[in-house]
Design a protein around this ligand. Structure first.
Ligand code: GRF
Length: 216
């Protein structure tokens, strides 16, 4: 077995995706190790959960006045101190500056609760319901400078049911997130998933469209 990929997880809240990733490391689905869980908020529930697992958990405070570039520089310093080879955004609720994104290009993944390119931004479950759509889901994508617009890697797809609410959709989308995010990070760790010339690659070939995982 090759060297375990050192990766960091950035969170702002509950950290359920971080826990799913930690579980996948523990049971061998990801050939990697979490070198740090970093939050912009000291009160993120996920930080305490990471500590309980014995993971390195750190707060990187946003700069006074909300200077994005300064936060990006602080994050990069922390990530490099931990020798992170991949940065996994898992409910990190701050927009990262272009310098940060360029620095980590091809080594920066995010998960978004919609079938991108549909519904970039916030309140995705509400918007799916309001539009009367029959399908919803989540997307793991490489992060580029345009928000929620980087190359998609894998999507979890589900059918919207009559009577669904934001809460019920959110719960089912999260179940899918916990399947597809470990899978994508696992591919990256073994070198199956990569980045070339602004595109995602899987097994050495450009990924024209994301891999699809349908909810059972
Ligand atoms: C997830 O729904 C993810 O799609 C979005 O933020 C949420 C994070 O949830 N980016 P958790 O903190 O991992 O539970």
């Amino acid at each position: 077995m090759g060297r375990a990929l050192p990766f960091a997880v950035l969170i702002s809240g509950r950290g359920s995706n971080m826990l799913a990733l930690a579980g996948a490391v523990s049971d061998g689905r990801i050939a990697g190790r979490i070198v740090a869980v970093i939050s912009d908020r000291a009160d993120a529930a996920g930080l305490a959960a990471a500590q309980r697992l014995g993971l390195v958990a750190e707060v990187v405070e946003p700069a006074r006045g909300g200077d994005r570039a300064a936060l990006g520089a602080r994050l990069t310093a922390a990530l490099e101190r931990h020798d992170a080879g991949l940065v996994v955004l898992a409910g990190f609720m701050r927009i990262l500056d272009a310098g940060f994104v360029r620095h980590w290009q091809g080594r920066l993944l995010n998960i978004h609760p919609s079938l991108l390119p549909a519904h970039r931004g916030l309140h995705t479950h509400r918007r799916v319901l309001e539009a009367g759509e029959s399908r919803h889901g989540c997307t793991v994508h490489f992060v580029t400078e345009e928000l929620d617009a980087g190359p998609a890697v894998i999507q979890g797809r589900l059918a919207v049911r009559p009577g669904d609410t934001e809460e019920s959709l959110s719960a089912r989308v999260q179940q899918l997130e916990h399947i597809i995010y470990p899978r994508a990070v696992g591919w990256f760790a073994t070198g199956r998933l990569g980045w070339k010339d602004g595109h995602a690659t899987l097994d050495g070939r450009p990924l024209e469209s994301p891999v699809i995982e349908d909810a059972p």
